[in-house]
Design a protein around this ligand. Structure first.
Ligand SMILES: [Zn+2]
Length: 292
């Protein structure tokens, strides 16, 4: 496979930006290393993350540190005998030609790690929004990109996005086509509750952002890192559990899930990283739960 970039990220000013599209983070977990890679970037609008009283609080807090608030489209690779890939970014696209949500860097990033799509043994999706499922299918043919991978999706998301076509933010036709083809081949496993999906990787239901939203615990030799998907959008949310994004499918359930994840991290330690954490930085809960 060529490592050349295709799509709208070619030559883009943010292509090598370590905070967003160029983010590359090595996260030690026991004797293994989880690699955080970014498929592209998301420019955060002012009302994206906050509270009813302070809808811009997330944006304005991040702007103090980063200036222009741009987030990565995080994907996570656990190399090994059976490589595991968690999430796939947007794919080579500029969402609605708006220049605010642009992807296409995942396959080149994987190639630089010596990983071809066919090498991926397990594909784990946090949820089916387009900025996480965009590279599941080839945009031209709808064929599965990670053709050999056993693919894990939360049952609630499969029903919401694939079966019923109800979602206000629908999945792309090529993504649906690829998922249905993987299902036809018997390569799709739907997740309820908790289950191990590969050695050292456990899926944990974390609904609210979407009905079947799932987080993944990567563990080795007593250490653990939670890959949060979109359960949280920046590390500061661990201190501000009342911040929510504007498009949680079930905001009340999403808040309960954030509370549960915070309590889990407080009780068990370890780090956590969300797909849109700037720089794909790992966060930890260091203090007691604030009064939020
Ligand atoms: Zn997202």
């Amino acid at each position: 496979m060529s490592a050349d970039l295709t799509g709208p990220l070619r030559g883009h000013r943010l292509l090598h930006d370590p905070i967003s599209a160029g983010a590359l983070r090595r996260i030690p977990v026991g004797d293994r290393t989880l690699l955080g890679l970014s498929d592209g970037f998301l420019l955060m609008s002012r009302d994206f993350l906050g509270t009813a009283e302070a809808p811009a609080i997330g944006h304005d807090t991040l702007r103090q540190r980063y200036g222009e608030v741009r987030l990565p489209l995080g994907c996570f690779l656990l190399p090994g005998e059976r490589p595991v890939l968690i999430d796939t970014g947007l794919g080579a696209d500029d969402f609605r030609r708006g220049g605010r949500l642009v992807g296409g860097n995942l396959l080149p990033q994987l190639a630089r790690q010596g990983v071809r799509p066919d090498d991926v043994s397990v594909l784990a999706l946090s949820h089916l929004h387009g900025d996480h499922s965009g590279t599941v299918g080839d945009p031209l043919t709808g064929r599965p990109v990670f053709a050999n991978a056993r693919t894990f999706v939360g049952r609630g998301d499969w029903e919401h996005f694939v079966e019923r076509e109800l979602a206000p933010i629908p999945i792309a036709p090529h993504t649906r086509a690829a998922l249905l083809e993987l299902e036809r081949r018997g390569q799709v496993t739907l997740i309820d509750g908790e289950r191990d999906i590969a050695p050292g990787v456990r899926a944990i239901a974390a609904p609210g952002h979407t009905p079947g939203h799932t987080v993944y615990a990567v563990h080795d030799h007593g250490e653990r890192v939670l890959v949060l998907g979109d359960a949280m959008h920046c590390p500061q949310q661990l201190d501000h559990l009342d911040w929510q994004v504007t498009f949680d499918v079930d905001p009340v359930l999403a808040r309960q899930t954030r509370d549960r994840l915070h309590a889990d991290l407080e009780a068990h330690g370890g780090g956590a990283v969300g797909c849109h954490f700037p720089e794909l930085l790992l966060a930890r809960v260091l203090t007691r739960k604030p009064g939020a």
